[in-house]
Design a protein around this ligand. Structure first.
Ligand SMILES: *Cc1c(COP(=O)(O)O)cnc(C)c1O
Length: 427
């Protein structure tokens, strides 16, 4: 068997980073990887103009935002607090589009300064309307077009924790509010304008599905002559594990471009395209670097316990996500492999790094290089929805550090949280 290798890290590289980073766990991001994913997104085919927005909730660390900003990528924010973080990274209000599940009244001064709001419910549209009544102020609307994709869904309810469209999803204004005229009525009543249509349903990697999503979304633009832009959201599938397919943006974009051209032929309108990838830009460009800190056995299983877990990478516990786990031995001696279950450091049976594929409630055995206590275990595919979506401070484990790495070097971009910072707001 070949020496174990993670996607972009080696044991030597990690040893070299140790003096500046301190102890594991920490997140490592590949600067080359982030840059090249940004380039692919920016070359998405389009007929009448393209804006790429980074869905910053995927990984909102300052250095990552700055890197994407330097590439000309704009921002999709999901809360007013994310807006604050984007501003801190040097973005202007006008670079930011906000689509949020909770619209607090803070949005008004932001919109006055140029922030683009996508109203995600009828109540949000009314709030925008009453704030800017009779001014012809422009907003976007997020539509739930009635279909969605993403993750395994319950066979009885059709619900999936990673699905963002269809009748089981609370995101966006239900398609029926177009057909029954509710949206049009609010827009008229308040004297506002709809300039952007937004859908985010997770289009997967099939070019035909992309085309039909684009066509369906363009139909909503027909309701309002004022619509100039269609935002197709994110949800571009990335293969984290061997044998999993990643979205070919050039191929999918080609079919989307056709749909925009056909719309122009039919209506005479040139609609601009926006895309909002989060996962695509970051997922495979980040890894959690951890160590095996204990090894225990029962009659049925051998467990490797990491010095990280749901406090850093929650996705396996939350929705059964499968991440590659690679042991990088600290000493080279013929190790061979074994089948183990990898668990985190929390007092919580659900703190599981290797759920069974397709059954988030069951333990999955993985064949990995035989580990000794102290070996690195790299959890790849952790650049999106990990550092930013962890079960932070459970069991009072401090938040992990983050480093940016490149060919031949690296630097800390977020320090490890100190134990005092965990309780600093307590009185
Ligand atoms: C989360 C989100 C995205 C990004 O989704 P990915 O699956 O990470 O690409 C894009 N747009 C909106 C509105 C989102 O909420």
């Amino acid at each position: 068997m070949e020496a174990a290798k993670s996607r972009f890290l080696t044991a030597e590289q990690l040893d070299a980073l140790a003096p500046s980073v301190g102890r594991t766990p920490f997140f490592a991001y590949s600067r080359e990887g982030l840059t090249s994913s940004a380039d692919s997104a920016l070359s998405f085919p389009n007929a009448y103009g393209l804006t790429v927005r980074y869905a910053m909730k995927a990984s909102p660390t300052l250095s990552i935002l700055k890197l994407f900003r330097s590439k000309g990528i704009k921002i999709d924010a999901s809360s007013v607090f994310e807006v604050e973080r984007a501003l801190r990274a040097g973005y202007d209000y006008s670079d930011i589009s906000l689509s949020t599940q909770e619209l607090s009244s803070e949005f008004i001064p932001y919109v006055e300064k140029g922030l683009k709001l996508n109203c995600c419910s009828l109540n949000q549209l009314r709030s925008f309307g009453s704030a800017f009544k009779g001014t012809g102020k422009k907003c976007g609307i997020r539509i739930n077009p009635g279909v969605g994709s993403g993750g395994f869904s319950s066979s009885t309810t059709g619900f999936s924790k990673t699905n963002v469209g269809g009748p089981t999803s609370s995101f966006g204004i239900w398609v029926g509010s177009f057909t029954d005229g509710s949206i049009q009525n609010i827009v008229e009543e308040y004297g506002i304008k709809v300039e952007r249509i937004h859908t985010h349903i997770g289009s997967g990697s099939d070019p035909e599905v992309w085309k039909s999503v684009a066509k369906k979304s363009l139909e909503f633009a027909e309701y309002f002559d004022s619509v100039e832009t269609l935002n197709l959201g994110g949800g571009y599938k990335v293969g984290r594990n061997e044998g999993e397919e990643s979205t070919d943006l050039a191929e999918c974009g080609g079919t989307v471009k056709n749909a925009f051209e056909e719309f122009k032929e039919k209506t005479g309108r040139s609609i601009k395209l926006e895309i909002e990838p989060g996962t695509f830009l970051t997922a495979n460009n980040g890894a959690l670097v951890s160590r095996v800190q204990d090894i225990v056995e029962t009659d049925d299983y051998k467990f490797y316990k990491l010095d990280s877990g749901m406090t850093d990478v929650l996705r396996p516990s939350l929705y059964g996500a499968i991440h590659p786990c690679t042991i990088l031995p600290t000493s080279e001696e013929g190790r061979g492999t074994e089948e183990v279950v990898i668990v985190g450091h929390c007092c919580e049976s659900g703190d599981l790094m290797t759920p069974l594929p397709g059954d988030p409630e069951a333990l999955g055995k993985r064949e990995v290089t035989k580990a000794q206590v102290g070996d690195y275990c790299v959890i790849d595919g952790s650049g999106a929805y990990c550092s930013g979506m962890s079960c932070k401070n459970y069991n009072s484990f401090p938040e992990a550090a983050e480093v940016m790495v490149w060919e031949g070097g690296g630097e800390v971009i977020r320090k490890r949280q100190s134990v005092e910072q965990i309780w600093e707001n307590e009185l």
